[in-house]
Design a protein around this ligand. Sequence first.
Ligand SMILES: C[S@@+](CC[C@H](N)C(=O)[O-])C[C@H]1O[C@@H](n2cnc3c(N)ncnc32)[C@H](O)[C@@H]1O
Length: 211
Amino acid sequence: MAFTPGLAFHILTPLYDGLNAALGFGRPFMQRVQAALALHGHETVLDIGSGTGTLLAALAARHPAAHLAGLDADGRMLARARTKLDAAPRVLLLQAYAQALPFRSAAFDVVVSTLIFHHLPTPVKRMALAEVRRVLKPGGRFLLADFGKPQSATQRILLHAGSLFDGRENMQANLTGMMPALLVEAGFRVTEAATAYRAVQFLQAVNDEGK
Ligand SMILES: C[S@@+](CC[C@H](N)C(=O)[O-])C[C@H]1O[C@@H](n2cnc3c(N)ncnc32)[C@H](O)[C@@H]1O
């Protein structure tokens, strides 16, 4: 299966953390994600498209009792994540695709994804959302933090420029504000739809099935 690398080109992977921070998606963004996740002690958590492991490292430090797993399609990103997670060997890291999750059904209390869905074409987004719902326990929650419909002219220009690298088809559903509808179509109850950090929309979705 093909995938779009974190910074569009593999050659840029070593620069990922530095560039991400320079673009404003470093520590303040991850703090916002952690606050939105509101983890409780022993929850099982899956980070889809975990990249260089920044979120997992922060969660491992702050929630020692949580059971954490991350997956990414890109072995180069996972290698960086493994280094960052040296101090937290209990975190499970897997090379796999969001649209074919290698976990049994109802395995997780919480699934999170930051800045990966805009890398997926719409049919793959649909497959990935079905997979997220499958691996969530009844009542489990999904935090999807990714670009939404631009809220200003500056955001419109920047996000459309970004789509030249990350792919127009990949970003289309994000930039047209379709992500909440795709979540509902996948069977989730969307409990929040707000632009929470720059152009990133934080969508909280709950799997009500079987409750
Ligand atoms: C922009 S990076 C975001 C990484 C991290 N979540 C963050 O916020 O810094 C997108 C990540 O999604 C991964 N990715 C892209 N397509 C994927 C897919 N189909 N399945 C799993 N991971 C994928 C890329 O390898 C990359 O690590």
